[in-house]
Ligand binder design. Sequence first.
Ligand code: DC
Length: 228
Amino acid sequence: MLFFKKQKAVAVDGPAGSGKSTVSRLLAERLGYLYVDTGAMYRALTLKVMRNNIDFDDEKKIVEISSALDIELVPSKEGPNSIRVMLDGEDISRDIRTMGVTGNVKYVARIPQVRQNLVKLQRKMICRMDGSVMEGRDIGTVVLPDAKYKFYIDANFEERVERRLAELKAKNYPITRQEVADDLKQRDHADKTRKVGPLRKAKDAVFVDTTDLSIEEVVQKILSYIKK
Ligand code: DC
C-alpha cells in the first residue's frame, strides 16, 4: 500500500513556528494533492480528553479514545488552502488552536499506543487520494518512511518566536514575546525528547532553512526539488 503511494507522497516535518503548515497547505494546493495536518489530529484528541475531564495520567483511557477517534480533515469553504477539522461530526477547527490545547498536546503525544493509533489513521487518510502532502514531526521517519519526497523545515529560534507572536497578535491573543518564547522552548523540548516518534530530520530529507525566506520562496524551493 505504501509502495503504491510512494511516488506521490510528500512528507514535511519541522518544529512549531518554522512555517511548515502554511508551506504544506500551499504545496498541496499547487500540486493538487490532499493536505494532511497531523498536528491537528493530536490536538483533536487532546481536546476530546479535556472535554471529557479525563486525567492526562490516565493513559489507558486516552489510548482507548485514540483507538476510536472520528476525525476528518475536510477542505474549507475558505479555499483549498485551508481545512476544517471535524471531531465526531463537529467543526473544532478553532477549539484546537487555544493555548490550553497547545500546552496539553504533549501529554497525549508521548503515549506510544496513541501514536500507533494515529499513525494508522494518517496512513489510511492518504489512501483516499492520488497524492498527498503530510506535515508533522515524525512523517519522514515513522509515518511515511517510503515517501518519495521528504523535507525538514526549520528557522532560527528568534525568527520562529517573531512569527508565532505575529500570528497570535493578529488573532488579538494577549501574550508577550517572553511567553511565546517559553512556550516554543517547552514544545521543542517535548517534541525532540519524546521516546516514540520524536521530532527528527529523516536521513534522506532535504533541510530547508526558512529564516530569511518568504513563504513563497520556500514553496518555490520545495517545488523545484519535486520537479527535478
Ligand atoms: O503541528 P502542531 O503544532 O499543530 O502540532 C501540535 C502538537 O502535536 C506538537 O507540539 C506535537 C504533536 N505532534 C506530534 O506529536 N506528531 C505529529 N506528527 C504532529 C504533531
